[in-house]
Design a protein around this ligand. Structure first.
Ligand code: SF4
Length: 416
């Protein structure tokens, strides 16, 4: 790993950071750090959750947050939503910037607000085993609870311009729009939905009432306390496993690996959420054969062989503009390693790589789903199995592929 500015890990206080301050912060703290009880579940009583006042269904704006508690003997409150466990005095915002102590209560300041809506192919999330070929109404808000130096959506994730979030839409409006536009699902994406969990959950519930599924594109950085309610509402997820080293998470994401692995194990063991994993390979940082091998072994041992894995290419962005793009050969090598380790469905992304995009039957090697970028070709899945040999294919499939194609279509709620 390249040497990084030590200031990135030199502070752990999470109060009202400006951008330069935020970049110095890390919750990758030593033993005894703030997040120990919440992620390890060591507090026998658990954090004391505050009651959530009722608000109208069409509410947009500051919204009563869940998953927080008052700190005994202090004027601060502590957020119990993600492992950062920000401790906030009156007026402070958390690391994610969108959760704030207002009047001694935790407030989500972006409920009902979005940076914009767009219909995408589901393969773009990426999800290759979830209603292939279908369209997904996608949106995000502002802020993020990680501080990835290579973020490819940094205009959104680092946004402090909450008031300039251009769209407003209630959960019911989003569900209705998805239905009207023929989308099979709604995706919480572009920034991490964990930080706007109340809005995401309400939207997911409204969608479910209309037969629309929901997808979370997330880093999996969420506490044990919050994840059951969050994932109970969600049908599918793509979880970013950004690397397989604590050092990478500390230095390049200002966060920690262990809680992400905990979320992955829990998703597999305790839920029916369909999930796939994405790892962005960054040259010289997380792409070594040794690290990829360790990651694949962990995935097989802890999640089994059927969780699809996507290796995607890095393109220089945000604060890692000095790094080269990922060569196709690196993605191909990682894919071969993962297949050798026993993972049955391994994909490459962000580059053109024909065999790395298609889905093959692990038993008879028939090409089940042919992809050219986001356009689907032949489709050989029948009753969730290989149409040729009958081998079951894990995921959420229909007997006909969707026909959305590679289109990307912006959607505005301003006139609806
Ligand atoms: S969700 Fe936001 S406020 Fe809460 S702990 Fe995480 S970064 Fe801090």
């Amino acid at each position: 790993m390249r040497k990084h500015d030590q200031s990135l890990t030199s502070s752990d206080r999470q109060v009202e950071p400006d951008e330069s301050e935020q970049d110095k912060q890390s919750d990758a703290a030593p033993a005894g750090a703030r997040d120990r009880d919440l992620t390890a579940g060591n507090d026998p009583e658990g954090p004391r959750r505050q009651p959530t006042p009722a608000v109208p269904a069409d509410y947009v704006g500051n919204y009563p947050g869940r998953w927080w508690h008052k700190i005994d003997g202090s004027d601060r409150i502590q957020c119990d939503l993600c492992p950062r466990a920000c401790q906030l005095k009156e007026g402070d915002r958390g690391f994610c910037f969108v959760r704030q102590n207002i009047g001694g209560q935790m407030i989500l300041t972006t409920y009902g607000k979005s940076t914009g809506f767009c219909i995408d192919p589901i393969e773009k999330k990426p999800l290759n085993h979830f209603l292939p070929g279908s369209s997904v109404l996608s949106f995000g808000t502002a802020g993020c609870n990680l501080g990835c130096q290579f973020c490819q959506n940094w205009e959104i994730s680092k946004s402090r311009e909450i008031e300039s979030l251009s769209e407003t839409a209630t959960p019911e409006q989003i569900a209705e729009a998805a239905q009207r536009l023929g989308c099979r699902s709604v995706a919480f994406t572009y920034n991490d939905p964990v930080i706007f969990a109340e809005y995401a959950i309400d939207t997911a519930r409204a969608c479910r009432e209309r037969g629309i599924k929901t997808v979370a594109v997330t880093a999996g950085y969420i506490t044990r306390e919050a994840r059951p309610e969050f994932y109970a509402a969600i049908d599918a997820a793509n979880v970013d496993l950004k690397a397989f080293s604590e050092l990478f998470y500390q230095h390049l994401c200002l966060s920690r690996l262990a809680p992400v692995l905990d979320t992955l194990r829990w998703l597999k063991a305790e839920t029916n959420v369909w999930f796939e994993i994405t790892t962005l390979l960054i040259p010289g940082e997380n792409d070594s054969a040794e690290e990829v091998a360790r990651m694949c072994d962990w995935l097989v041992q802890n999640l089994g062989e059927n969780v699809p894995l996507h290796f995607t290419a890095f393109h220089p962005d945000f604060r890692l503009k000095d790094h080269a793009s990922t060569p196709v050969s690196t993605l191909e090598r990682a894919r071969r390693q993962a297949l050798s380790a026993g993972i049955k469905y391994v994909y490459t992304g962000n580059v053109y790589d024909e065999s790395g995009q298609n889905t093959y039957c692990p038993q008879c090697n028939t090409c089940l789903i042919e992809r050219q970028w986001y356009k689907l070709g032949q489709y050989q899945v029948k009753d969730s199995a290989c149409a040729s040999c009958g081998h079951p294919i894990p995921g959420v499939f229909e007997n006909k592929k969707g026909n959305w194609g590679p289109r990307r279509q912006p959607v505005s709620f301003r006139s609806s």
